[in-house]
Design a protein around this ligand. Structure first.
Ligand SMILES: [Zn+2]
Length: 279
């Protein structure tokens, strides 16, 4: 879920990473468009899809899943501003010791899509929400990486990256957002509530965590950290430490800041025989 700043909250030190087996099945993100999105907007989804397929090259050993199917649509949500969109997994599978998204949904408010696109913010918005569909901030609990309310992400891959990337030697967890609304807290890396000011966490390239793609608010130029890629390794993906800046994003973000939130798996989902009611 995305909300505007007014209504809600919103590196590259190489770390040891998983080798990519030559036989790894490539990740294939398939986006089905269910209306409400123009051709140009759909093309931006394609760019986001390619970005994540490049960063998350497949799944780890013991996982046969290769395709994640996402239904995307533009719908009327709440008029201009407010909630911009919402996304999350819809059906899950348990494989190789991980709980993984098989399908997901991304919905964007038609009242906001034109401005998001014209201001250059739609790509970052889609990248962010697509990450939630793939499990970032939505499947942490089910994978034993995070407990709501603690603010402490303890997954080993992201933590190892965090320590190196942001010089946080001795850290035992990665700080998670506890501010903002229910769709924001417990599902993003931490930054100052509202997205303003420096977090004090700066990588070797001088990039403040405030500007990382998967924080609760976004402003300024955006980058994808090694820590975020580590979180995807914690979620069962093969994600070599080769994160690139998001494509085609830059200063346009600085004009307005939008808050990001995420939706946990929609409805009740069945995971490995357990049934869990989720918001
Ligand atoms: Zn989010």
């Amino acid at each position: 879920m995305l909300r505007s700043l007014s209504t809600l909250c919103a590196p590259l030190a190489l770390v040891a990473c998983l080798a990519v087996p030559a036989s790894a099945t490539p990740l294939d993100i398939v986006v089905n468009f269910n209306g409400g999105l123009t051709a140009s907007q759909q093309s931006i989804f394609a760019t986001a899809e390619t970005f994540w397929e490049t960063q998350l090259v497949g799944y780890q050993v013991g996982i046969s899943l290769s395709t994640v199917t996402i239904d995307a649509e533009g719908i009327a949500i709440d008029g201009s501003g407010g909630t911009l969109g919402q996304a999350g997994p819809r059906s899950l599978t348990s494989q190789g010791g991980f709980v993984l998204a098989r399908t997901g949904q991304m919905q964007f408010d038609t009242a906001d899509l034109t401005l998001l696109e014209s201001s250059g913010r739609l790509l970052g918005t889609i990248l962010h929400e697509m990450a939630h569909v793939l499990g970032f901030g939505t499947l942490w609990n089910l994978n034993g990486l995070y407990t709501d309310g603690t603010g402490q992400y303890t997954g080993g891959e992201a933590l190892a990256a965090w320590v190196t990337e942001f010089n946080e030697f001795g850290a035992t967890s990665v700080p998670v957002e506890l501010g903002g609304g229910s769709g924001t807290r417990d599902g993003h890396w931490n930054e100052n509530d509202g997205g303003g000011g420096s977090t004090g966490f700066v990588d070797a390239f001088g990039r403040d965590m405030r500007d990382e793609l998967m924080t609760g608010w976004i402003s300024g130029s955006t980058f994808v950290s090694q820590t975020t890629l580590g979180a995807f390794r914690d979620l069962g993906f093969l994600a070599p430490a080769t994160a690139l800046p998001e494509p085609a994003l830059g200063a346009l973000w600085a004009i307005l800041a939008f808050a990001f939130a995420r939706r946990k798996p929609l409805g009740a989902v069945s995971v490995g025989g357990r049934r869990r009611a989720i918001q």
